[in-house]
Structures are given as C-alpha cells and as structure tokens.
Design a protein around this ligand. Structure first.
Ligand SMILES: Cc1cc2nc3c(=O)[nH]c(=O)nc-3n(C[C@H](O)[C@H](O)[C@H](O)COP(=O)(O)OP(=O)(O)OC[C@H]3O[C@@H](n4cnc5c(N)ncnc54)[C@H](O)[C@@H]3O)c2cc1C
Length: 472
C-alpha cells in the first residue's frame, strides 16, 4: 500500500472548499455561442459532436475533400464534453499505450506506433501553420513508480518504447527526485518522444475557428435526437428542426448513442480533476519539476498531474466511477468523495505544498470500451459512420480517428486498411444490471491488485485472457 490509508481530513476538504465547480479550461472568455440549427438544413456531411474528434473530422473533411458541404452540430457547446474537461496530455499512442497494443495486436504495433507519431506531428504542424495558440509543449511524460514491482515493470517498458522508435529514460530514485521531489515516487520512466501537453479548450476553440474559416457551418445547442434513412441519405432530427445529409459521422463519445452497436460497447466512466491556484516561485522550487513534464502513476488506479502555462498544477484521476444505467448526467460532474480523495493524496505526494488551495474542481465522462481505444463502424448502407471509444487517451488520437471515420464513410484508402485495429470491435459490455455488477467487481479487484503491489487475481487474469478490461 503506497497511498495513505487514512481518510481525508478537514484540511484536505478546506483546500478545495472555494474551488469553482467547473473545468478550469472553460473558465475564460469564449467565442460567442453559434446559433442552433433550426428548420431544415442540408449538408453533404453532417458531423455530430463538437469535441476534438468531431472538430478534426470537420476540418479534415474540408481540407481533404474540399467539394463537400460540411455541417457540425453540438448538443451543448464546443468542448463541453470530455474535450474541455481532460488533462491535456496529448500522446502519440493510438492504442492506449504500447503495452495495450502489444497485448491486442502484436503484429500491428510497429505500424500503429509509426502512424501515431505521424499523427502527432501532423497536429503540431497544423497548429503552427494555422496559428492555433493552445500552449503546446513537448516536455515528454513521466510514469512514476512507487514500489519495486512498479519500477521493474517500468524497466521492461523502456526496452519496448525504444524498440518502437521512442526516446525513453529510466529514472532511479535520485534521478526521479531531481525531476519531481516527492517522498512517494521512488523511480520513473520518462518518455521523451510522442508526449505533449496542451490547453484542450484553446485547441477546441482554435479548431472550431479553423473549421469555420474552411467553410464548415457549426451549430451549438443542437442535440441530435434521432435519425432515419431518407431520400437525401439520412435525415437527422433535432429539437428545432431536421438536417438532411448524404453522410453522417457520429463523434459522440460517452454520450448516449442511437446506434446499438455503440451503446453495447461504450460506457461513460467519470473521472475527476482538481486544479490548483498558481504556485509561487518558492513553491515550484520546493518540488523541483524544472522540466515541466506531464506525470502519471503507474498503478492501475492512477493519477495524472501536469503544470499549466500560468503555473498551476492539474491533479486528476484515480477513481473512475461508473454510474448505474450509463447516462451522462450533469450531477455526475461533481463528486465530493472523489475531490476529497484527490486532495488527500495530493498533499501526501507533495507535503511541501501544504496550504495550497485549489481553484477549480470538475469531472468528465470518458468513453470507455473494453479494448481502450477507438473503434469504427457504419450503418444505414454506409451512410452513417462513427469513431468512438478513446477511453481516456483521445486528445491526440482524435485527429487520427476522425480521418479513419471519414475513410470508412467515403470509401477512401485508409492507412489502417486491412488491419485488425480497424476490422475488429471491442467485446460488448453485458446489459444492466449485469453491466454495473461486472464493472464494480472489476474496479474492486483492480483496487485490490494495487494494494498487493500490482498482483492480479483470478478475475482480472480471466478478463486479461479474454482481452477484456476496464480503464480510464
Ligand atoms: C477528466 C478527463 C480527463 C482526460 N484526460 C485526458 C488526457 O489527459 N489525455 C487524453 O488523451 N485524453 C484524455 N481524456 C479523454 C479525451 O478528453 C477524449 O478522448 C478526447 O477529448 C476526444 O473527445 P471526443 O471528441 O471523442 O469526445 P467529447 O469531447 O466528449 O465530444 C463529444 C461531443 O458530442 C456531443 N454530443 C453527444 N451526443 C450528441 C448528440 N446526440 N447531438 C449533438 N451532440 C452530441 C457532446 O455534447 C460532446 O461535446 C480525458 C477525459 C476526461 C473526461
């Protein structure tokens, strides 16, 4: 057991008592809301969802198929889903980490890693070429070890990363402490390539502006309530009208989908985040962190933590909560038990920062599927397609997934044509109430495995053998 077993105390709760209950990234002047779609609208391509997947799809559709008339609808506002609530770690991995890729498609990992690195480079060049200021930095990401067992695992992972073209460095206790001074982290693995940090809402807003400059019409507060085949191709109904489109791309992530194949395979898992006030120079000095990397723990239940451009620390993760029935409800975005736990473990990791306050607290819904990365499909004779299921690592992969979704809809040559990555689907979750029971049992066994230094029991080993899992 490495994290404190003691419960959160009054000081922990006080640290976030005045925090605004909203994502830090969204708490700034934003572009004026685009008007909802009303009456009858026509489009060649309708993209549903104004997160990073939908925005990249709209941008790429116009850039790569300039003859298409593209409309994007978003049920709330741009970036109001996971894309405006995440940690801003932008990774090259398309498969939720090399280990997960190796466990599923060992023969395709080399190709997928290469495509992932190219995708990340394409995001960087796009951001630079179009002047999107999203505080993008490339300091790499460090996975920390808190036990000998975790450090041994990181030792093996260095070789894997290097084998697939990454630059990585194993940090022993002393080296780790000089990167980030915590009494709890006794080693680390610093992946120096393929890992960036961004401000996700600045990226969303920049992409929305770019899409509009390319001719995409964006409608916010426009919820798709259903769709049916029609003479136009597909007619999508919304609260105030209908949209006739030749093709539709669903980029709706964890939100309830009208498509059964998605509903069976995606569950919304809520993840929680605290954002600190800006640290003073003395506070930064007290913890080191001179290289300003992104960090995460290497246990199954993990935190992620990163600095922001204005000198705060974002600290999130660990709990991964599934609520019975699998809905994304506004109420689920706040969870005091999770915030108290986050604060408690933050001060255990950084006792030097006692007294620091958190300015924002929020949650978000992760579109978890049992293989932990995006999957694709079409229905209605190939007129409706989807790219969903990023499972907590979609900030970078969203651009790639958007491209693959368009490949399927428009029958284009895809970089992943013929791969199991594209062809196969994650195993569905069972229906309720079994779904809730199975997920709670899995969460419970994951926590037990972490308490036992990572040793997986019978239930988790069985899931591993079946290629099933639960992650965030
Ligand atoms: C707390 C948290 C932390 C995370 N941290 C990271 C991280 O550090 N790095 C990383 O790579 N990934 C992270 N992720 C995951 C990442 O945010 C997503 O994978 C990524 O943003 C891609 O999002 P998306 O566009 O697919 O989904 P979303 O951003 O959720 O977009 C889906 C959009 O579709 C809209 N929508 C849904 N249904 C309808 C409908 N019927 N009609 C109209 N609109 C609809 C929603 O309103 C929403 O805006 C995190 C997620 C969460 C929640």
């Amino acid at each position: 057991m490495v994290w404190p077993s003691s419960p959160p105390d009054d000081a922990d709760r006080l640290s976030y008592a005045d925090a605004k209950p909203m994502p830090f990234w969204l708490d700034r002047p934003r572009p004026e809301a685009r008007p909802p779609a009303t009456g009858e609208t026509k489009a060649d391509l309708l993209v549903v969802g104004g997160g990073l997947t939908g925005l990249w799809a709209a941008v790429r559709a116009r850039q790569e198929m300039p003859d298409l008339d593209v409309v994007l609808i978003e049920g709330e506002s741009i970036g109001s889903g996971a894309s405006g609530r995440n940690g801003g770690f932008m990774s090259s991995s398309l498969v939720h980490g090399i280990n997960n890729g190796l466990a599923r498609f060992p023969n395709e990992v080399a190709k997928l890693e290469q495509l992932g690195l190219e995708n990340l480079e394409a995001i960087k060049s796009s951001v630079t070429a179009t002047g999107i200021d999203c505080d993008l930095t490339s300091p790499g990401a460090v996975e920390t070890a808190m036990t000998g067992h975790q450090f041994d695992d990181l030792g093996e992972a260095v070789g894997e990363l290097e084998q697939y073209g990454h630059e990585a460095e194993l940090l022993d206790a002393e080296a780790m402490r000089s990167e980030l001074d915590s009494p709890l982290f006794t080693g680390g693995l610093w992946q120096k390539s393929g890992e960036c940090l961004i401000d996700p809402v600045k990226l969303c807003d920049g992409l929305a502006r770019l899409a509009e400059s390319l001719g995409v019409r964006i409608h916010e507060n426009t919820l798709m309530t259903g769709f049916e085949e029609s003479d136009a191709g597909v007619t999508v109904s919304t609260a105030d009208g209908r949209i006739d489109a030749s093709q539709v791309l669903l980029a709706t992530a964890a939100f309830r989908s009208p498509v059964g194949a998605i509903r069976r395979r995606v569950v919304p898992v809520f993840d929680y985040v605290l954002m600190s006030e800006p640290l003073t120079l003395a506070q930064w000095e007290s913890i080191g962190w001179h290289n300003r990397q992104g960090f995460s723990d290497s246990a199954n239940q993990f935190h992620y933590y990163r600095p922001t451009a204005d000198g705060r620390i974002l600290w999130g993760g660990y709990d991964a909560v599934y609520n019975y029935g699998g809905r994304v409800e506004e109420d689920y975005y706040q969870r005091d038990e999770s915030f108290a736990g986050l604060a408690h473990r933050f001060f255990a990791a950084f006792p030097q920062l006692e007294g620091l306050r958190f300015s924002h607290r929020w949650g978000g819904a992760i579109d978890t599927c049992s293989r932990f990365f995006a999957f694709y499909g079409t229905s209605r004779g190939g007129r409706v397609g989807w790219a969903v299921g990023h499972t907590g690592l979609g900030v970078g992969a969203s651009r790639f997934a958007a491209g693959v979704g368009l490949d399927l809809l428009y029958d284009r040559e895809s970089p992943v044509a013929g791969t199991d990555y594209l062809r196969s689907l994650p195993m569905p979750f069972p229906p309720e109430p079994l779904r809730w029971g199975a997920i709670q049992l899995t969460r419970n066994r994951i926590a037990a495995a972490d308490r036992k230094g990572g040793r997986r029991g019978v239930w988790l080993k069985t899931l591993d053998r079946l290629g099933l899992g639960f992650d965030s």
